[in-house]
Every structure is written in C-alpha cells, then in structure tokens.
Design a binder for this molecule. Sequence first.
Ligand SMILES: Cc1cc2nc3c(=O)[nH]c(=O)nc-3n(C[C@H](O)[C@H](O)[C@H](O)COP(=O)(O)O)c2cc1C
Length: 174
Amino acid sequence: MLTIIVGTNRRDSVSQYVAVQYSEILREKGIANVIFNLHDLPHDFIKSALYENVGKNVEFNKVRALMNESRKFIFVIPEYNGSFPGVLKAFIDGLDRSKALADKKSALVGISSGDQGAGIALSHFTDILSYCGTNVLAYRVRIPKIDEVMTDNKIIDKVLLSKIHKQAQKIIDF
Ligand SMILES: Cc1cc2nc3c(=O)[nH]c(=O)nc-3n(C[C@H](O)[C@H](O)[C@H](O)COP(=O)(O)O)c2cc1C
C-alpha cells in the first residue's frame, strides 16, 4: 500500500491538488494508492492524541493504522516559513515510528510560491525520516513558483511533469 500525505492542514491547499495528480499518475501505472490530507486530522489531535494521550483518540488511531499498514509514502510538502509545516511534525510525533516509519520507503515533493521549492524543508524532513528509520528516495521533486505552473489545479509544465513521472516510477521501483 502506498499512501500520499498532504503535508499541511490548510483548507484548500495547493498541496492537495499536487497529491491528487500524483495519485492519478500512480493509478495510470497500475499502483493502488490512497491520499491522506492532514486537513482531515482530528482538529484537537495535538491535545487528544499525543504524549500521555497516545492511543486514546479513535479517529487519530485510524490514521496511525493507515500509516502502519502502508509500505511506501509520498509526502507533498509546502514550504512554510523556510521549512515544512509544523502540523506535519506534530503528526509524525503522534505516530509509533517503529511501526509507521521504520524500514519504510518515502519520496518527497516540495512546493512553494517562492523560488526555493521547499528545498530546505525537504532536507529538514529527510533528517527526521532518517532518524525514524525511513529510507528516502534520493530523487526529490521541487516545484517553485507553484502559482505560475498550475492551470485548473493541475501542473501542465512539461519539464515538471517529466520529473513527476520519473519520481513516481522511481518510488514504484524503490
Ligand atoms: C504559513 C505559511 C508560510 C509560508 N511560507 C513560505 C515560505 O517561507 N516560502 C515560500 O516560498 N512560500 C511560503 N508560503 C507559501 C506556500 O509555500 C505556498 O502557498 C505553497 O504553494 C502551497 O502551500 P499550500 O499547500 O498550503 O497551498 C507560505 C504559506 C503559508 C500558509
């Protein structure tokens, strides 16, 4: 099972549309996948599902189960204040890393309105995944100036599309 994580809980995020595009490309390649959007986390999970409350939030437990069952991930990560969104770290902190992340495989996609394409965010997040035992695909896709490359919520730029297809194939083969 491959799960695509939308790495922000912002409503109407651009990241969710990029996730949908990856999902469709994987399906075209015959790979079943699901999308989990951090927007769908229980709104109070920071209080009700972390630390001494681990395991007590039924809805968050369903997401933990999804993560535990998944063998591969694609994280779509928007650049927020020079790094990745804080909610993504809180989400990771609510998982059982030995079951959810260790010895799994991940691909990273970074998006930004500026010209970095979340490069630093992806590096920060790679450090965390490495600590948690996840093998991170070396081929990362960065999509800077996202507002200029999307039409009707889809990326149509040929160079970017070719990178996305290449990465999708690489995470399949990883
Ligand atoms: C809280 C916040 C911080 C942001 N910080 C940056 C930033 O540091 N650099 C940048 O290029 N874009 C920044 N952005 C813009 C996002 O990278 C941009 O909107 C991105 O396309 C997609 O984010 P989304 O998935 O939330 O729509 C920020 C957006 C938000 C909401």
